[in-house]
Structures are given as structure tokens and as C-alpha cells.
Design a protein around this ligand. Sequence first.
Ligand code: MCN
Ligand code: MOS
Length: 764
Amino acid sequence: MTFINPKAKHGDASDGNLGGRLSRLDGPAKITGSATYAVEHQIEGLVHAVTVQSTIAAGIVTSVDAKAAEASPGVLLVLTPDNIMPLKSATTWAGTPGPEGPFLALPRIVSFNGQHIAAVVAETLEQATAAAALIRVTYEEKEHVYGLDDPRAGDGVPIERMTMSRGDAEKALAEAPVRIEQEYRTPREYNVAIEPHGIIAQWEGDSLTLWEPSQWIDGMARSYAEWFDIPFENVRMISPYIGGGFGSKALSLPHGAVAAIAARMLGKPVKLVVTRPQTFTAYGGRPATRQTLALGATREGKLLSVVQHGVNETSMLGVAVEPLGSVTAIMYAVPNFSSRQNVIPLNTVTPGALRAPGENPSAFGIESAIDELAYEVGIDPLQIRLLNYAEEDPEAKIPWSTRRLREAFAAGAEAFGWSKRSPAPRSMREGNQLIGWGVAAGTYPVRRTPGEALVRILADGTAEVASSSIDMGQGTYTILAQTAAEVLGIPVDRVRVKLGDSALPRAPVAGGSQLANLMTGAVHKAAHAARDELIGLALNHPSSPFLDQQTNTLTIADGVISTPRSEKPNISIADFMSVIGQEKVEALRDTLPEDKKNTQDRYNNFTTMMTMKPPTEGGYSLHSWCAHFVEVRVDADFGTVRVSRMVSALDSGRLYNPKLAESQWRGGIIMGIGQALLEEGVVDPRYARVINNNLGDYLVATNADIPDLQVISVGIPDHHASVLGGKAVGELPIVGVAPAIANAVFHATGKRIRDLPITLDKLL
Ligand code: MCN
Ligand code: MOS
């Protein structure tokens, strides 16, 4: 999508540069409705597909009676396990080979309730929906495992790569003067983006065009190319705007394959949008987790040992790991530590990524447990965190690049008024409201994969930035425009950013909160190259008015080229381009390491996550940090919990656009409040079916649940973390919110809730 906003208003000129509080450039298009989302794309001859999902959790589809559906008005095609075209198995996102055998988008073997098992394509959506209701499926049903508490679930499978150990944790725990051991649990949670998953697929010969919301255009395009055994270049994926993803839109999913198969079989473009209830099984969401944490400490509250064992649910088909030790391993200076993790296969859709997978439930465990320890030894919950402050990465044993967590605690405590806290539980009260104050910390790693961008200066003095990266609301359009504007010396309202199209230069996944750092880096590099080229032309071109200036460099500011001391001539870029008769000056640059620039490496890099660097590579441990301070009010009679005040201080390094980063932080905190108090996927044990599969019953936080949220940036530029000094923003803020609330609830009520969400029944 091309995007330029002539009305982009900003307070002063510097707002258009990096670090400025420029409003979202895509804002007006979204507010006025001119932003076209994937399935809103208008296309001639479009037909509509609807899927039918299994009503059992385990077994075999023995027959599908599609006669009535086929005879139904407008129906063009019914797809079932009997006639579904087998596709080739695609490489996984990590870059490893996919499962053996063909990929069946509508499999005969049912491994979860809500699995797509048939699809109807008709002239209209209504016809397809009506016909889908006529399909009769006969199953041979088998026994299922519904959840972690199912007696048939067992202990699961150990994930060796999650095992961590330093010192002798068991021995140190046994010898510790103070010990606490508890179990913490988080339920199944869903991404519930406002825009559901959907797709339009169209074939022209052996070329496939897909309009599909995507957090990772190149990775998803690769899956389609491999499924259909066509060259990558033959797949074009278009995703200019995304109505939220939160992790759920980074991979190609079976319903997308169904649409592409139907489009191929019919020779017509096919649209398939999963219904809201179907989204709960079309993508997995965060798996339910359970972890035991044992803390051993001195009577003064100094940690001696942490022993953790976690499990998370996965499906019968795939291994999804929610790394429960990720925060536990690094948050505190603990000499003895051990962590293990198992996954338990259930009859469920394969779980997926939801904002801060791993860090989020990991922090719920450790940040609740340390709070419990604080009360046990009688120390302020903030003090105990400072007492155990990790001055270096205790697991990797290398320095942090930057860790402004101490500053975050200080700034947050000051703004919140923490020093006025009365220590005892149930000691703060207003009428019928029990008041509690809680604190918790959070962290998220800085992930690094290379990116690529094109920057083009045009004859009219405007500039273009192009990349296949995406903007699902984080602000990519805006910060990339700011990066180019700053480097090129062109006002930001003359920079056009094109994203969301696989025909553009490659980009890695907008997941793991890495895109901003990677793509500002790539655009910065390309913009410098384009600027150098323009200056080179101004110095050397035979028609250039600067030829006889005897200077070896020039400056560009506000779209005007001049000599460093700004004597004449001053000439606008547009005039200069016309004088030299050139249409454009452009540069394509990537941030691949030299040894990865060959074609196959390039391709693999952008279409899998093979070359993502761990946050500890390069001698420093790279992470963002945050501290959340929460006030809750709990109704003494009814147990209802309201968050009445919240202050969070966050270290994401340098902010490219503080207004947008703050908005990201608030968004993550809001999701965290929902997670703490409301969100829970409820599974009916009889059918292993998610029963609250709609927005009426699966509750997320709304405006009425959210108080004023104060966010404070305590970051400083971190050039070990990224070229331009930023660290991760998007997922950081949700980490630590739920334990901060649980800790505040304990302070208010004296009741420790170790099982999310914190609902009134658990408090009565
Ligand atoms: N930013 C900044 N300074 C930095 C880093 C980032 O100002 N040093 C700001 C920029 O506006 C940037 C945004 O923060 O666009 C997010 O940057 P980053 O942390 O790199 O995250 P990504 O761009 O990779 O976005 C993905 C991240 C993830 S993984 C999830 S999950 C999530 C999130 O972003 N899903 C979101 N935020 C979301 N926001 C919206 N509106 N919708 C989603 O689905
Ligand atoms: Mo985010 S859950 O890494 O897309």
C-alpha cells in the first residue's frame, strides 16, 4: 500500500524526524475508512467459501454426505477429505523440514474439536453458509484428552532444549533457611484480533495472488509456494493493513490452503473468512500453562536457589513450547537455578504465539513467587527486587547491554507514590473497597534478523520507502517515513511508505518485537546510500550548479541541497533532478551479514527464522525491561476487582517515536489487565470444545476496565542492541502486568491467587 498523508500535522518540524512524536501516518486512512483490509479487496467474479469444522475432538471422518449441499442453490464446489487436493509439506517457520507426507488441509483424521473438515464454495456467502449447514459428517469417534487436568493427560514430553541449570539448585534449596514452593497457572488465551483471519486467493496460470492479513508476508508466501510446488516469485501476497494480529497472523493456516485449492479447482478467485467462533480453532492462541516454582532464600530475602518445572499444553499434531523459564532464568541474581519444561499433547488445535509467548506466563510465576517471598521474610516487595538485582545476565554470565530496570523501579515508585504504601495486607481500605498496591517487573529480549529496504528519491522531490514488512497498528509506516525523512533531509510529509506486498524488498516477521529495530536499520542504510548518490550527482554531474563550488560535500535539509556553509546555490531536490534530467535516485540495501548475501541464504533468511540471532550473541545480553505499579480496589463483599491506577516505567532503549511507543505500551498493559482479570478459554471436558468461542463470552478488557495508565520511558540509546539504539517495544509491556495485579490483590485481600484470571469466585 502506498501511503502519503498531506495532512500529517506535527507540532514542530523535528517531529517528522526519528524520535519525534509524529501521529500515525495511516491514521486518517483508517479513520475515514479508505484503508482497504485484505478481504475488502474488490475483485471481479469473486466466489465465497465457508468451512465446516469437526464436532468431535478425536477420531476419523468415515463419510461426508455432501449431496444436499451440492444440490443447494449457487453451490460450485464441496471439498471434503475425499476430494481435497493433497499439497506438498512446507518448511516450518524455523526453517526445518515440515512433517513427512503430503499436507492435507481437510484431513480425515480428527485431532481436535473445531478442525476444518469440509468446505463449501458458492456464488454468495449466504449460499455457501446455507449449504455448509447441510453437510452430514459421520465419524468413528475415539477417546480424547481435553486439557492439562484430564487424568489421561499424563506428564507429557520433556523439551530438552528448555532445560537450564546453574549451580546446584536442589541442594541449595534443601539447605535454604526460607523456602516457598507454589504452583502457578495460566489458562488458554486467544488473540481475538478485531479483524478475523480471512483470505482472497486468485490464480492466473501458475501464479497465485493472495490478499491475506499477514505479520510475515515473505514467510507465508513461502508456505504457499511450497504447498503448490511453484516458484516463490509466483506467489504475490498483499497485506497493506491488518486489523491486529498479536501473534496469530504470522503463519499460513489450513483455511488459507483451502481457499487457494478451491480457487485453483474452480479457476475463480475465492474468498474465505473464518467466522468469529471459528477463529478460536483456526489458530491456537496461548497454551494453558502450569509451573511449580520453589524459591530458597536467606531470612533477609536474598535468593539462594530457584527450582522450576513447567508444562504447557500442545496438540496431537505439533509441538508448541511456551518457554516458562525465560524470565525466571534472568530476572534475579540467583546462583543456583534449574528449569525444566514438558509439553502435554491434547486434542486441541496447535497452540500459537500470543503477545510475549513465554515471557508472559514466565513472569506471572517468578514475579508472583518473589512477592510471596517478600511477605514471608517481611520485606517490601520493591526492596526484595532491588536486593536480588541482577547486575549481569545471571544465566549467560555476560553484561547486559543496558538494563535500566533500577531506574524503572525508581521512576515508577516515585510517580506512583509507593513510599506511602502500608505494608500489611488488608491495611488499606476506603469504605467497602479493599485497596491493594502491587509491583512486578517484566522483560523482553531484543531479537535480530536482517531486513532489506528500498529508498527512492523522485523527480518531484518526494521520496519512497518500500519493504514487504507490515503495519498491524504498531506504527511501521510512520517510523520508516521518519527514518527516511531524517536521513534524506526531506520533510516527512513528502515521504511515501509502501509496505505489505511480497513484490517489495524482503522483510522478516513482525513478531518477537523486532521489526522496528530491523527495518529502521535497513531504511537508514538505504536512505544513506540514496542520499550519497544524490550528493555525488550534485558534485559531479556535468549540468550540476554545484560543479564549480570547490566543495567535497553538500547538505540536504528541508528538501533543499546546499553547500555546507549554505552559500548559493541552494536548490531544491525537485529542481536539481530537473536540471540533471533524472527521474529518480534509488538504493536497495539489506542488513545481511556478508556471508549470507548469496541468493539461497537471502531467500531462507527472509522466509524462515533461520538466521535470527539469540539475544546473548555478541558478548552482551540484550533485553528491554519494565516495572509495573498497580492499585486495585476489591469489593469486600462481592470480590470484584478493579484496577484503579497504574504506573509503568519502561526501558526500550531509544524510542523512534515516543507517541507510538507509548501507545504500544498502553496497548500491551491493557491486554495484561484483561489477561489478569478476564481472559480464559473454557473447554468443555465432554467434547474438548472451547465453549466461550465468541466475544460475548470470551472477555477482553474494554474501556470501562481501564484506568488512566501512566507510562514513563527510562530507556537510553543502546547501540549494542540495534544500529539506531532502540530495543523491543511491542511485547514488553504485557510482561509483568498480571503478577503486578495478583500482587496488588494479595495486598488488598490477603488472598494469593496463583491461577489466572483473578475472578471474584476465587476471592470469596
Ligand atoms: N517503537 C519505537 N521505538 C523503538 C521500538 C519500537 O518507537 N525502539 C515503536 C514503533 O512505533 C514501532 C512499534 O513501537 O512500530 C513496535 O515496534 P517493535 O517492538 O519492533 O514491534 P514490531 O514492529 O515487531 O511489532 C510486533 C509486535 C508484536 S510481536 C505483537 S504480538 C504485537 C505488537 O507488536 N501485536 C500488535 N503490537 C501490536 N500492536 C497492534 N496495534 N496490533 C498488534 O497486533
Ligand atoms: Mo508477537 S506474539 O511475537 O507476533
